[in-house]
Design a protein around this ligand. Structure first.
Ligand code: ADP
Ligand code: ZN
Length: 608
């Protein structure tokens, strides 16, 4: 009797097909679990290596692995990357020509596919499920599983119906994956998509390669320009702004200063949006200036920075948005600037919102968390990760506060004076007037209101206007002050400020740094390897050439990590080339010679 073919092991597939030497974190455990036919929930941050968790079991188990994915762009990217690695993968979505579709369906029927990516609506159509039930299915992978949550902004109603997979295909293992760190969403995924006995795998959500930096907004455009020019010239990045108009204006402004930039927001024509997104994916060194509409499905591994010119909505949103940087594991930066106006505006929006009291309270807590994170004077990671119930010891050595601890000052007395000035002026005025009174200015308004007779008039002449603004901002951020609920721009005291006024709790505040200080640190290199710019450019040019001839984004040929390893290890033959990370058998065969030739063609001086 013929023996059934021996199943490949997970490790041999990792090495041979994907070109990596060892598994990362929980990958091996997840793969064993799913390959053995069990169900799994995988919570890993962006860049954590989720894809292999279902791709490898799909190759180990007989039949086709069916991957549910919410976006065509995501599917196409993964499918072209898999094909480059010699895996038989295809996608079924609404963007296919009838011929292309029938070819995929033909291959599917004949058992010629290892992985099939489908949109949920397609998968769920009754006919398609019937056809699948006649085939061998290796597994169902539900990618971006947080789309099932009605609380998140990526909600897709079709995801709710994926529970039917459990009824129709009880024997087939299901694996749900997400980078969402939010507890409520996790529970919802489990409840709706997985059986009770599903195993859970949770990786640390710390993105060690991302450097968090938060500074004061002074002249935002110039600050952004300096940041990009000083540290990310020629690199890809995302700039988030609140308004659609701002995205276009800032993109124009950057372009005029020789930084190639494109705008992206929901108000643009779908075709323009698609064009801008695909240019961002395919070209090196493009900056996209976007609203939050830009995000999910950006699989680009070499985004070197994410800049926020406005405060994100919540700390979760901040984490997700900044998480799009550095997916390849190389150093990346998350940079945010904000000021008094931003806090004021958000607080205002909240108090005006017509939402129910419960909702308002939770919005309020979310804002507190975000502002607390912005204003913290210690390592940012404990606050950020603590928000997702993960502990971090601090001293990460890769956030602004660790790299240059911000000076603080005892602001107890100053805060008391400001708070009592707010009180004495009737809790009706904005920061401008309150500070005028404190500084003893002679304005028309002060004279008209007789505020020069208040006991707090002129009590604050010892500090500059800027210092008082800084105190106001931090008191607002820490919740001692609140905007008046009528929305006229006035400040009022919160209950929490009593102990402070009575002198029972001291208050240390951050000494605001001049905006320039945030910029002045060392440029982040693609890695710590001293990159020879000519060799680097030559390797990238070769990659671009191959990418164009294959019709795929450059990173589908090789990630930057592989190019950097070429620089470091200088392979001179195919055997050495095969040792590079990310070089599997198929890519070795297709691209090894080309890159070896490109390196050999360099003048000797740049080789080392
Ligand atoms: P996620 O989907 O979790 O964001 P990906 O699956 O895209 O992450 O993987 C992120 C990056 O890490 C990719 O460049 C991938 O090739 C790489 N990677 C994944 N697993 C490994 C591994 N075991 N060794 C080295 N690199 C890996
Ligand atoms: Zn730190």
């Amino acid at each position: 009797m013929p023996q059934p073919p021996e199943r490949p092991t997970a490790l041999s597939l990792l090495q041979r097909v994907f070109g990596y030497s060892e598994f990362r974190g929980a990958q091996a455990e997840v793969i064993d679990c799913v390959a053995a036919g069990d169900h799994a929930l995988v919570l890993m941050p962006t860049g954590g290596g989720k894809s292999l968790c279902f791709q490898i079991p799909a190759l180990i188990r007989p039949g086709v692995g069916v991957v549910v994915s919410p976006l065509i762009a995501l599917m196409q990217d993964q499918v072209s990357a898999l094909k480059q690695q010699g895996v038989k993968a295809a996608a079924l979505h609404s963007g296919l020509t009838p011929e292309a579709r029938s070819e995929v369906e033909h291959n599917l029927r004949n058992g010629e596919l290892d992985l099939l990516y489908v949109a949920p609506e397609r998968l769920l159509s009754g006919d398609f499920l019937n056809r699948l039930s006649r085939l061998d299915i290796a597994l169902f992978a539900i990618d971006e599983a947080h789309c099932v949550s009605q609380w998140g902004h990526d909600f897709r109603p079709e995801y709710l119906q994926l529970g039917v997979l459990g009824e129709r295909f009880a024997e087939v293992p299901r694996i749900a994956l997400t980078a969402t760190a939010d507890y409520r969403t996790r529970e919802e995924i489990c409840r709706r998509l997985l059986p009770d006995n599903a195993k859970r795998f949770t990786a640390s959500f710390d993105r060690q390669n991302i450097r968090y930096q938060i500074g004061l907004k002074a002249r935002p455009r110039e600050q952004l320009l300096r940041f990009i020019q000083d540290r990310h010239a020629g690199q890809s990045g995302i700039v988030y702004c609140m308004s659609r108009r701002a995205t276009e204006q800032i993109a124009d402004w950057l372009n005029a200063r020789d930084i190639p930039a494109l705008a992206y927001h929901a108000g643009l024509d779908a075709s323009v949006r698609e064009h801008h997104q695909s240019r961002f994916l395919r070209e090196d060194g493009l900056v996209i200036v976007a609203t939050v509409a830009f995000g999910m499905g950006i699989d680009k591994p070499d985004v070197r920075f994410v800049a926020h010119l406005d405060l994100p909505k919540t700390l979760e949103a901040y984490y997700q948005e900044t998480g799009r940087a550095g997916r390849d594991g190389l150093p990346a930066e998350a940079w945010l600037i904000y000021g008094l106006q931003d806090i004021y505006r958000i607080r205002q929006m909240q108090s005006e919102s017509s939402a129910g009291i419960e909702h308002k309270r939770s919005e309020h807590r979310r804002l507190e968390a975000l502002l607390g994170f912005c204003e913290t004077t210690t390592c940012r990671r404990p606050t950020l990760l603590g928000h997702f119930d993960e502990s971090h010891p601090g001293d990460c050595a890769n956030c602004d506060n660790c790299l240059a601890p911000p000076p603080t000052w005892d602001a107890t007395h100053a805060a008391q004076r400001l708070l009592s000035c707010v009180y004495r002026t009737g809790q009706r005025f904005g920061a401008g007037h309150v500070i005028d009174v404190l500084r003893g200015e002679s304005t028309e308004r002060i004279r008209a209101l007789g505020h020069q007779h208040l006991s707090t008039f002129g009590l604050g002449q010892d500090y500059s206007r800027a210092t008082w603004q800084s105190v106001t901002r931090q008191l607002l951020a820490h919740g001692y002050l609140a905007p008046d609920p009528e929305g006229h721009g006035g400040l009022r005291l919160s209950d929490t400020c009593r102990p402070l006024l009575r002198g029972e709790t001291p208050l240390a505040l951050r000494e605001d740094q001049p905006a320039a200080k945030l910029q002045s640190r060392r440029r982040v290199e693609a890695s710590d390897v001293a990159v020879d710019p000519d060799t680097w450019a030559a390797l990238r040019a070769e990659r671009r050439r191959l990418a164009e001839s294959e019709g795929v984004p450059p990173y589908v040929i090789f990630h930057d990590t592989t190019l950097l390893a070429m620089l470091e290890q200088r392979p001179i033959n195919l055997e050495e080339f095969a040792q590079l990370p990310g070089v599997g058998a198929r890519k070795l065969e297709r691209y090894g010679e080309a890159f070896l030739a490109a390196m050999a063609a360099l003048p000797q001086s740049s080789l080392g």
